[in-house]
Write a protein that binds this ligand. Structure first.
Ligand SMILES: [Zn+2]
Length: 361
């Protein structure tokens, strides 16, 4: 499926749905939407889930473009449903690769670093991957090919390129290297930072402790790129842009899903809705906890429906609980115990509430 949008300056945007089918879990995001913006320099934003090179090539052909027409590829973040097919597309197109500087250590291997990584043998983006063996095996060749790539252009926060009518925002949280792209002050490409219909999974703040040694120097001192707090700060950053609300918002998933469009009419409102969603989720998790010590897995099993707890869904559910308990722990609302820090208990305070609500003011 292809969706075409024309900006008020006459620039075309082609949204192309690349299949994103995972058999290991019920957590279905729907296809990954990759965006082609033809122009002086033709830009492709994201390359879809790995194994779909031919699909993307055919989609491009159906709008009259060849891979060789692409001058630059911008990657919104280092997840396999967004930068799969990248090595193949880069070599066929000879395009430049643009990404945030944190993308580099995410795609590289760091075997020399000894820390608490669950999978020190995997690249930076997946050193804490809790997923099942099968998923892990399926990703190996993608990881290997991706690790050989070099980034041609560093995207930094608030960087503007007036000659191309582009502006970039660094929006870490879902992924430590996430960026959003603004075209002509009219269209906002959000990757997974803002999605319609569903809320993206924030990363774990714990990943910072494990990964800090692999990060570029300026990101090692204090965690500003992992966890719920980083994610909410990024949403807040988007709401504060002076060109808000954008006329058009293009998400990485769910633009069209299950026979219907999910148009984000206001990225400002949607970002605030997602912040509110996480406030409510913190509250819900506290409710499930009561005032006894409880394992995060037990919270996940009570909180999520059984259909979401099959296969690797259970790990994702536990991580979703943990990203919230981490934030509440930082606020002093929760204490943690157990050999893996898996037991949490409510201290009785609710400091998370003013801390998160501040992002809505
Ligand atoms: Zn995604």
């Amino acid at each position: 499926m292809i969706v075409r949008y024309q900006t008020s300056q006459g620039t075309d945007i082609f949204g192309m749905a690349v299949p994103n089918i995972r058999t290991d879990t019920e957590w279905d995001l729907g296809p990954t939407w990759c965006y082609l913006v033809p122009g002086q320099k033709t830009t492709l934003i994201d390359t879809g889930r790995f194994g779909n090179y031919d699909v993307l090539k055919t989609l491009l052909e159906s709008v009259g473009k060849e891979l060789t027409d692409i001058d630059r590829i911008i990657i919104t973040h280092s997840h396999e449903d967004h930068d799969g097919n990248l090595p193949e597309i880069l070599s066929a197109s000879q395009a430049e690769l643009w990404a945030h500087p944190v993308y580099r250590p995410m795609i590289a291997y760091h075997p020399q670093i000894e820390d608490n990584a669950l999978h020190p043998e995997l690249p930076g983006s997946c050193r804490l991957c809790p997923l099942t063996e099968k998923v892990y095996r399926n990703c190996l060749s993608y990881h290997q090919k991706r690790s050989t790539l070099s980034v041609d252009y560093d995207i930094t926060d608030n960087h503007a390129m007036p000659e191309d009518n582009l502006r970039f925002l660094f929006t870490p949280g879902h992924s430590p290297d996430a960026v959003c792209i603004i075209l002509e002050d009219e269209a906002l490409f959000t990757g997974d930072t803002i999605l319609p219909d569903i809320t993206p999974h924030p990363s774990l703040a714990y990943s910072f402790e494990v990964n800090r040694q692999i990060l570029p120097e300026e990101y090692r001192q204090e965690n500003k790129i992992y966890g719920l707090k980083a994610y909410i700060a990024s949403l807040n950053k988007i709401t504060r842009l002076e060109s808000q609300p954008f006329a058009a918002t293009f998400p990485g998933h769910r633009l069209f899903y299950n026979g219907q469009f999910n148009i984000i009419h206001s990225s400002y409102d949607r970002a605030r809705e997602i912040i509110q969603f996480h406030i409510d989720r913190c509250r819900d998790i506290l409710k499930v906890m009561g005032n006894r010590p409880i394992e995060e897995e037990a919270i996940a099993r009570q909180y999520f429906p059984p259909s979401q707890l099959t296969g690797s869904g259970v790990f994702m559910a536990i991580e979703e609980v943990r990203t919230h308990t981490e934030f509440m722990e930082e606020c002093g609302d929760i204490i943690r115990s157990g050999d893996k820090g898996q037991i949490v208990q409510h201290t009785g305070s609710n400091e998370f509430l003013p801390a998160l609500e501040a992002y809505l003011h």
